[in-house]
Design a protein around this ligand. Structure first.
Ligand code: FE2
Length: 378
């Protein structure tokens, strides 16, 4: 256990990249590639084939060296958007090797700004949160971040299935400055493993090569150890077991007297912190031990969590009501076709069978109320 002094986790820092590849995006949100014959074609699938480099007015296709000019007539209705710092295949190599990967400064600056506005952090710290509308419907930025194409592609490849879902509605959380006595989160693995958490339905045994979850953390504010970046034990997914009890488990640390009796959960050099600029996405195998950081700054630190699971895993919470609200909101019309298709696949859970996806799964509100302890006949 540490006391309440500044933690000493080992820092892995990702500076803001000096250069990015670009994607050429159609109005439907698909990506332009150049095939072996030098013909341009659109695809919804991310790969190294959709990566271009912009040099002034020149666009150079990474794999084939095909060159287009920005003013080329064949690029009418094509938008040049910010791509990753490294090739998609390089990020996938790192993810498979290490069980985690960071995509520094991957999100569009407008999306990051809108996320900070919804979070009421950074330049919007004087704002008050909108408590009248569902968070998902407050800005198209939440959906645009949730369907970020590279992080989704990496999640699908890492889990070995294209049929992935969001285990919960994407939600922004703000870690406010620590007051020295509040309850803090202890060490755990995320859904569905839930090792270190007293939860029904946790994965009871190691799952080996079957990966049941990839967590995506969007750094809405800059992540630093001082401002409460998430603490990890990087590589611990391979251990296939819960964090050690003496590190301070989530199931213990939430008790109100835990901190005053035992201090903070472990925060020494055997733990890790990933520092990254706002707009970065950190992906990790959900078996990885981690806990929320301690925010020792004087301002809120915002993040958005998007636990992604294969379609055969029961969702952590019902996403259907948020999805229905999104579709009937003004936000939905601001999404391109790829974004609409992706958020449908991610948030609508369906029964699966040999004939393909069938009925949509959602909460039966009437039955839930009927069976609630307060209403049950004794
Ligand atoms: Fe977690």
């Amino acid at each position: 256990m540490s006391n309440d002094q500044e933690n000493t986790e080992t820092i892995t820092r990702f500076p803001r990249p000096k250069d990015h590849f670009v994607f050429l995006m159609t109005i439907d949100g698909d990506f332009l590639l150049s095939d072996e014959k030098g013909e341009l074609a659109a695809t919804s699938k991310v790969s190294d084939a959709v990566v271009w480099r912009q040099q002034g007015e020149i666009l150079r296709h990474y794999l084939t060296d095909k060159v287009c000019e920005v003013i080329d007539r064949s690029l009418i209705d094509i938008e040049i958007v910010k791509g990753p710092e490294l090739l998609p295949s390089e990020y996938l190599r790192q993810f498979r090797l290490n069980g985690w990967v960071c995509l520094p400064d991957i999100l569009d600056a407008v999306v990051v700004d809108n996320l900070q506005r919804v979070a009421c952090t950074d330049d919007y710290s004087e704002f008050q949160p909108d408590t009248n509308n569902r968070q998902l419907c407050q800005s198209d930025a939440l959906v645009k971040a949730a369907v970020d194409p590279l992080s989704l592609w990496l999640s699908r490849e890492y889990m070995g299935t294209s049929e992935v879902r969001l285990a919960h509605t994407p939600g922004i959380g703000v870690l406010t400055p620590d007051d020295g006595k509040r309850v803090v989160q202890g060490w755990h693995s995320d859904y569905p493993y839930h090792w270190g958490i007293d939860a029904a339905g946790k994965v009871p045994t190691p799952s080996g090569p079957t990966v049941m979850g990839v967590q995506r953390i969007i750094c809405i504010s800059e992540f630093t150890r001082h401002s409460g970046a998430t603490a990890f034990k990087l590589g611990s997914h391979t251990l296939e077991k819960p964090p050690p009890e003496q590190w301070g488990l989530a199931q213990d640390a939430y008790h109100p007297k835990y901190r005053s009796d035992k201090g903070l959960p472990y925060g020494g050099a055997d733990a890790d912190v990933i520092e990254a600029p706002a707009g970065s996405i950190i992906l990790f195998d959900t078996r990885t031990w981690h806990r929320a950081g301690i925010n020792r700054s004087n301002r809120g630190r915002a993040a958005m969590l998007m636990d992604t699971t294969p379609a055969y895993i029961i969702p952590y919470s019902d996403t259907s009501q948020d999805y229905k609200a999104l579709v009937s909101s003004d936000i939905y019309g601001q999404l391109n076709q790829r974004e609409k298709t992706e958020i449908d696949q991610l948030m609508v859970h369906r029964f699966l069978g040999p004939a393909g996806p069938r009925s949509v799964i959602g909460t039966d509100i009437e039955l839930t109320e009927q069976l609630s302890p307060n209403n049950r006949q004794r």
